[in-house]
Design a protein around this ligand. Sequence first.
Ligand code: SAH
Length: 225
Amino acid sequence: METTPERAAAFERYTEMLLSEGRRFNLTALRDRESIQRRHFGESLALLRALEQASAFASPAIDIGSGAGFPGLPIKIARPEIALTLLEATGKKARFLEEVVAALGLNRVQVVHGRAEDIAHDSQCREAYALALARAVAPLRILVELALPFVRVGGHLAAPKGSGAAREVREAVEALRICGGEVALVQELDATGPGARPTLVLVRKVTATPPQYPRRLGVPAHRPL
Ligand code: SAH
């Protein structure tokens, strides 16, 4: 992926902020520069490449359960022209995201502190995004209920998954039917680094999600579709 001095500086500044403040979030994978750059940046940018190849990369985008900013912020640094919303349920993580956005001088980024179960019912956010990203937030059958309501018909939900991707897809069949999605692609990402490569599950939104979804706070996880 092409890089510029500005992008390199932004990644460096973000790395420094993750190293000094990531500890606050009890994220063990943020302990060292190597794992940040390989696992978090590398995986996010591998996801971007795969989405561009699949013609699924589009703006506006939303990163649901962004945590310390993955995969949304590395993608935003690499593609500054996109409009991006970072949705995060935990207040201190949302504040960290605000700090990074300010320090990097990123435009067209909105940090929303809240839960998908609530925010997906806001008229501003409902079926408003061409792309939803979500890494390590919930098993696919639950994620589909949380995320597809944000996606406009014709847009995509992109979820990097681990070795259980195929099983997660099988278990999500009913949730996909109900929420208006169909699996467009299941593809290994070309991320380098230790351990198994993540697998991209790309879901295309084919019909509108009925207004009762997502169900109220906590219900999607406790009684998965
Ligand atoms: N996507 C990041 C963080 C993964 S941890 C990464 O891959 O590194 C999961 C994050 O999702 C946590 O920060 C948690 O607060 C957030 N989260 C979990 N459920 C959520 C929900 N229903 N709505 C919004 N954020 C949620």
